[in-house]
Design a protein around this ligand. Structure first.
Ligand code: GLY
Length: 322
């Protein structure tokens, strides 16, 4: 990102506890400590407690790894997926996910407990700005280095006082944001992906999107994001599609010998709904979720609520203050 002049948080990567302590002191609270490796979305600890930040770093380092200590980016988070053929970039629509396990962003981080789109609180021109300041420079830099990237570039962003900043990239779609983004997409996704793979993506392509909004609510197994309880029978799945524009996407499910659908992972399934606005999509999604039963399971009840109620505010930028 430094090479491509892409805005992001200051960060220190280290496997030395003295450097960890120094970086935590320099950046201040809230502390962000990331396991510097794959951790299924659960390697990040964001905390105001210095001891907890140090303990997470020590745990990662003692397990033979290293950590990244980052400056905390204050502001609402946005995920934007960009399809690229290594040269040209075509954005999908921004979505927001909910990483903490409980309502009001309480409890530990998860892989994602829900999502929605569109984000009507974003400033006009947001997607174009992310393309010009983030996605295109990164794709160009990777090509310049002789390691072109073809596929889905997941831009994880925060809208901060200093404008858009990158939190993370993933070389894949995001879960569960994709469930809502694709529920809005009318153009064929396969064609877009094939064009990207064949190096003939056109930036003039206009993707067709449904009007209205989509909400995704994840049903998680008992004890998730810790070791989830598995093997419980899930009932009510067939009834969900009786709710207008609402469907289930399976993730951690399996069939047992008796042919029942049972839980087989932490994030068991997602209920995805569409409506004329976020209120209607939420109402449909939660009505669908209430038809499902899985012993000990839990889900958040506030997915897209703040956005539906117009309670998401953007930090004032230095330019706006002047
Ligand atoms: N929703 C977060 C992720 O897919 O990484």
């Amino acid at each position: 990102m430094a090479a491509a002049n892409v805005p992001t948080a200051r960060a220190v990567a280290t496997s030395d506890m003295a450097e960890v302590r120094e970086a935590l002191a320099e950046f201040g609270a809230p502390h962000v400590v990331k396991d510097d490796g794959l951790a299924a979305g659960k390697g990040v600890v964001v905390t105001n407690e210095r001891d907890r930040a140090e303990a997470h770093a020590r745990e990662c380092i003692e397990a033979g790894g290293s950590v990244v200590i980052e400056e905390f980016l204050e502001g609402p988070e946005v995920s934007l997926f960009v399809i690229t053929d290594g040269e040209r970039v075509v954005p999908l629509i921004p979505a927001q996910d909910f990483k903490r396990v409980r309502d009001n962003d309480q409890g530990p981080n998860t892989g994602g407990m829900g999502a929605y789109t569109p984000l009507e609180w974003l400033p006009e021109g947001f997607t174009e700005q992310v393309i010009e300041r983030v996605a295109r420079p990164v794709v160009d830099e990777l090509r310049r280095r002789g390691t072109p990237f073809v596929g889905v570039l997941y831009c994880g962003l925060a809208v901060t006082q200093r404008g858009v900043q990158v939190i993370e990239f993933n070389a894949r779609f995001g879960d569960p944001e994709t469930q809502s983004v694709l529920a809005m997409l009318e153009s064929p996704l396969g064609e877009l992906m094939l064009d990207a793979a064949r190096g003939r993506l056109s930036e003039d392509r206009t993707l067709q999107w449904k009007s209205g909004a989509s909400v995704t609510v994840v049903l998680a197994a008992q004890n998730y994001p810790g070791a989830p309880r598995k093997g419980d029978v899930i009932s009510g799945l067939d009834q969900v599609e009786s709710v207008d524009e609402t469907h289930v996407i399976h993730a951690g499910t399996a069939k047992n010998d008796a042919g029942d659908i049972v839980s087989a992972g932490g994030r068991v399934l997602a209920v995805v709904s569409h409506g004329t606005d976020l209120h209607e999509a939420r109402e449909r999604g939660y009505r669908g979720m209430e038809l499902i039963s899985l012993p000990g399971a839990h889900y958040r009840s506030d997915i897209a609520l703040a956005a539906a109620e117009g309670r998401i505010t953007l930090p004032t930028t230095a330019e706006e203050q002047a």
